[in-house]
Design a protein around this ligand. Structure first.
Ligand code: HEC
Length: 114
């Protein structure tokens, strides 16, 4: 419990730091590879927070590439919820159902963009 509180405090501090870092943050980048709808933008955030470290921009890193195969949405969801091998599972307490919807849309968009 104590460590959870500390984690929450760290998140609050980090997000307040982020708030005053720069106004440029939310502007679209000129060379952004995807034109992001609001749902895709939310999906991208979820991806950056939970998947990016192992699947960099959908390319292979520690995990395999995600943008080069037509993995059906239900398999993608199963993989995220249950994990496999070195990939951890992400229960609803970490990625909500809505976030997962956006995440799946984002991963599909990564594929189309390739
Ligand atoms: C700690 C590193 C790690 C994280 C974080 C991670 N993955 Fe993975 N992922 C892996 C590894 C390793 C595999 C290969 C698993 C295996 O086949 O044993 C994998 C496999 C997958 C696959 C199956 C790909 C295939 O070729 O069959 C999908 C889909 C996937 N990950 C999606 C995600 C998504 C979406 C997230 C974020 C919610 C995520 N992963 C977070 C490491 C990770």
């Amino acid at each position: 419990m104590n460590s959870l509180l500390r984690l929450l405090a760290a998140m609050v501090i980090l997000s307040s730091l982020g708030a005053c870092a720069s106004a440029r943050r939310s502007e679209p980048l000129a060379n952004s590879p995807l034109s992001l709808t609001p749902a895709l933008a939310r999906g991208e955030k979820v991806f950056q927070a939970h998947c990016h470290q192992c699947h960099v921009q959908g390319e292979a890193a520690l995990g395999p590439a995600l943008n080069n195969k037509p993995l059906p949405a239900f398999l993608l969801r199963t993989q995220v919820r249950h994990g496999l091998g070195a990939m951890p599972s992400f229960p609803e307490s970490r990625i909500s159902e809505d976030e997962l919807d956006d995440l799946v849309a984002y991963v599909k968009a990564l594929r189309k963009n390739r």
